[in-house]
Design a protein around this ligand. Structure first.
Ligand code: 4NP
Length: 163
């Protein structure tokens, strides 16, 4: 991790559907803006059910349909993540509660825990819906939510919305 970069960890429950997609979309958008080198991005899950697995094939497919290749292997978020990362982005309120519990266990919980949809202007719901038990339509819907929210987060972190 470069000391000059801003580190961002995207977190959902399983780290196979929403957070790998958010990580891939954020990295692609940063690259399009010529800001790829300014960010270190990763993703993790609050649960370990899918640790070691690649992203869900439906997330990989929706990303590929938009020209994004998902990489990485699922892992569970650790207390150390709350010390190392600058921003930890929760997909829903349940993820945020889990992260806050974890943060209380570390000596210096440096990370700022934020909600993904706080960066989507006019979001009708605070949570990125969990698409795991639904069909492919749910993944396209999640993709669109994450694209808007990641653009908003990039605006915020790159200072382009601060005039
Ligand atoms: P994610 O989706 O949190 O977006 O990765 C889920 C993946 C797996 C499960 C639930 C949600 N699961 O219950 O196994």
């Amino acid at each position: 991790m470069q000391s000059t970069s801003v580190s961002v960890l995207f977190v959902c429950l399983g780290n196979i559907c929403r957070s790998p997609l958010a990580e891939g979309i954020f990295a692609a958008l940063a690259g399009e803006r010529g800001l790829g080198g300014q960010f270190h991005v990763d993703s993790a899950g609050t649960a370990a059910y899918h640790a070691g697995e690649p992203p869900d094939s439906r997330s990989t497919a929706v990303a590929a349909a938009h020209g994004i290749r998902l990489t990485g292997v699922a892992r569970q978020v650790t207390p150390g993540d709350l010390e190392r990362f600058d921003f930890v982005v929760a997909m829903d309120a349940s993820n945020r509660r889990s992260l806050e519990r974890l943060q209380r266990r570390v000596r210096s919980g440096h990370a700022e825990i934020v909600m993904m949809r706080d960066y989507e202007s006019g979001a009708p719901d605070p949570d990125v819906p969990d698409p795991y038990y639904g069909g492919p339509d749910g993944f396209e819907r999640v993709y669109r939510i994450l694209e808007r929210a990641c653009n908003g987060l990039l605006d915020e972190l790159s200072g382009s919305d601060r005039g």
